[in-house]
Design a protein around this ligand. Structure first.
Ligand code: NAG
Ligand code: NAG
Ligand code: NAG
Ligand code: NAG
Length: 300
């Protein structure tokens, strides 16, 4: 296996140079409409990807080739209807082959092309690991079937503990769904990303895919219903949250509720203002991170 990856690495080192010149990888220009005021998050470096499925753009991702996982995904919320699609996991040929047309496609039966394996996470990275596949852009926040299906690409996924993914983080996604459905009158822009460990990065079993310490999310809904109930007074035009992905993390960013159910213990989500989220991002990334244009100030 090691030899196999080493060989593939050599091929990849050559081809990756060209990947920065194609339109769907390396440039957010074709999918700027997924960002408030067409202004992508500032402060993080990575490989911009316009997530294309069946020839349409569905969302945007800042991908880390080195971590084989995303820094963030940005999308537009639409009120969901119907059931979650049966997961059909996809990959992005253009990360391995710059001349590919930019559409994500379902994984073929094995064996996989080694250039694909080298350029991104594959299903085997997650199978039998102790992490689930955590969507940054969740299928739950979309109405159209194709928007939902397009979220099942591993470039939109990070290793997330089941205690978070099936517990407090899922609850947050549902709360955001209910809040936006009830009080957002226009477009709702959502950005969901990760916070890496400060030191001693964790990886999935093969040391190929980096594990995040925290997951964060923020929305921007500039046009909202002003008759907000008391508990939502601070929830517009923008609000944010950070969720734990490691019960062993310290409690400075997100405290632990000691009375939570055992399987969710240590996976708390803390809701906070956008300014507070940006403060934590600045501390960890050592640079100013601006999630939305003018903090989604909403002079619409
Ligand atoms: C996962 O683990 C199970 C049980 O140990 C084993 O039967 C299966 O072959 C493993 N699958 C892969 C893809 O490693
Ligand atoms: C999302 O919100 C819609 C509209 O309120 C509701 O019908 C649906 O059940 C919600 N889904 C989840 C999983 O919360
Ligand atoms: C705003 O919210 C109030 C209270 O929930 C509701 O009565 C009203 O119809 C809403 N207005 C709009 C434009 O949705
Ligand atoms: C937390 O720390 C304990 C003790 O060091 C360890 O056994 C456990 O695997 C750690 N949990 C995670 C999710 O890293």
């Amino acid at each position: 296996m090691t030899h196999f990856y080493t060989l593939a690495m050599g091929i990849f080192a050559f081809s990756s140079r060209w990947a920065l010149t194609v339109s769907d990888v390396g440039d957010f220009a074709p999918c700027l409409h997924f960002f408030y005021r067409s202004w992508p998050l500032k402060g993080l470096a990575g490989t911009p990807m316009c997530q294309r499925y069946n020839n349409l753009y569905h969302f945007a991702t800042l991908y880390s080739r080195q971590r084989r996982s995303p820094w963030f995904s940005a999308y537009l919320y639409t009120v969901p209807t119907g059931k979650r699609p049966t997961p059909c996991w996809k990959f992005e040929p253009q990360l391995a082959y710059p001349e590919a047309n930019g559409n994500m496609i379902p994984f073929p039966p094995p064996p996989l092309d080694p250039n694909v394996v080298e350029s991104q996470a594959v299903e085997l990275d997650y199978i039998n690991s102790t992490y689930s596949r955590g969507h940054l852009n969740p299928s739950l926040h979309h109405q159209q079937h194709e928007d939902r299906s397009s979220t099942f690409t591993l470039t939109n996924v990070v290793p997330q503990k089941a205690g978070s993914n099936e517990g407090p983080w899922e609850k947050l996604e549902q709360t955001v769904n209910k809040t936006l459905e009830a009080y957002c009158l226009g477009k709702a822009y959502i950005v969901t990303g990760i916070i890496p460990y400060q030191k001693d990065e964790r990886w999935l079993k093969n040391h190929r895919v980096a594990v995040p310490e925290y997951i964060w999310s923020a929305y921007c809904c500039p046009n909202f219903n002003n008759s907000l109930p008391k508990e939502l007074q601070n929830a517009f035009p923008t609000y944010a949250a950070i969720g734990r992905n490691d019960p062993n993390s310290t409690e400075e960013i997100v405290p632990v509720c000691k009375t939570a159910k055992k399987q969710f213990m240590g996976y708390d989500v803390r809701k906070m203002s956008l300014a507070t989220l940006e403060m934590y991002l600045k501390n960890r990334f050592n640079t100013v991170v601006s999630v939305f244009y003018e903090q989604c100030s909403g002079s619409q």
